[in-house]
Design a binder for this molecule. Sequence first.
Ligand code: PLP
Ligand code: ZN
Length: 395
Amino acid sequence: MSKLDYENLTSTAFQLRCTACGDIHNIDSKHRLCSCGKVLFADYDLEKAKETLDKSTFYNRRYDIWRMAEIMPVFKNKYRFTLGEGWTPLVKIVNLGEKLGLKNLYLKDESFNPTGSFKSRGLCAAVSRAVELGIKEFVIPTAGNAGAALAAYATRSNSKAHVFMPEDTPPFIVREIKALGADARLIEGLITDAGKMARKEAEENDWFDVSTLKEPYRVEGKKTMGLELAEQFDWSLPDVIVYPTGGGTGIIGMWKAFDELEQLGFIDSHRPRMISVQSSTCAPIVKAFEEGKDYAEFWENAHTIAAGLRVPAAIADYLILKTIRDSKGTAVAVDDLTIKIAMNQLAKEEGIMLSPEAAATVASLDILIDNKDISKDETIVIFGTGSGLTTPEEW
Ligand SMILES: *Cc1c(COP(=O)(O)O)cnc(C)c1O
Ligand SMILES: [Zn+2]
């Protein structure tokens, strides 16, 4: 099996299943949500995947999100578009780790991805599968990172991106999205207004909406973070994963990845505790977790410098909450000032300049230690979801 043999590899995805009502949908249809309004997941034939997926011959494969093509949603190699996303470094955090007394603190540094954030993983998978299904025009409402990633992969796949942003989106982000060939629309009002306009125009023009978890494949792209972690830890998993949570694609994607890897026989049943970090000025998941609820309430007046965490209502709230509870994890909120301090600390003490969302995970460590949610000898992975260069605000 060489890097070139991907021509012969196909996906073993065989159906879409509703994560709420259990309804089964055809894998070849252009599905968004289930008819019940909830999130669809792709199911794979893992017994069939085992015929070619073998960890002893694995070293020879592509280093992008298509590394385990059998458990990704694209069937034909020519639709496996890539800009080199994925296979990001797992860096030991030494200086800060020592200061905090955490001996095995690691950072999965997602700032290495195309367009500077892990959004590229999800949009690479979603665009690739959609183009394979014959879709040519995409739409997304965004505060920044998702729009840039969609623009890049739409251009790469010779399709068209329509990106709807609130009018106060920082000019350098608007420039980036335009430069990458997208139709960039600045909408009066907030991200919710951009969302409304995007939906209206999508319906009128028959564009495909790739908003978070409103189609089943962005989560498959984010799943690759979990696949990579298992491989980078030599087919075991860390004790704790700390993840800055907005729409929650990453946290639920990784959880899905771990189940698939166990069924493939690649890992055992040990699971990390999944810890969700949000900003205290937009923390619907933390609130619902603390109140023991299965769904989160809409968060009024959401604002935070961590734009990727400014998600007042996540469509997959029930999946995020279930993942946190099933993993025996927890959810914590950190305020913007603490996030800024953590950004500075990570840059000045470790040499890594990350976005506020990523810094939120660093900011949470003190609280987690105080609450005894993590302990000194455990292997802990924090997620550096985006580059500091994607950050508009002075800090
Ligand atoms: C979108 C985003 C997040 C939130 O990711 P989800 O998987 O939707 O929870 C976190 N950090 C950055 C930098 C983002 O762009
Ligand atoms: Zn359903």
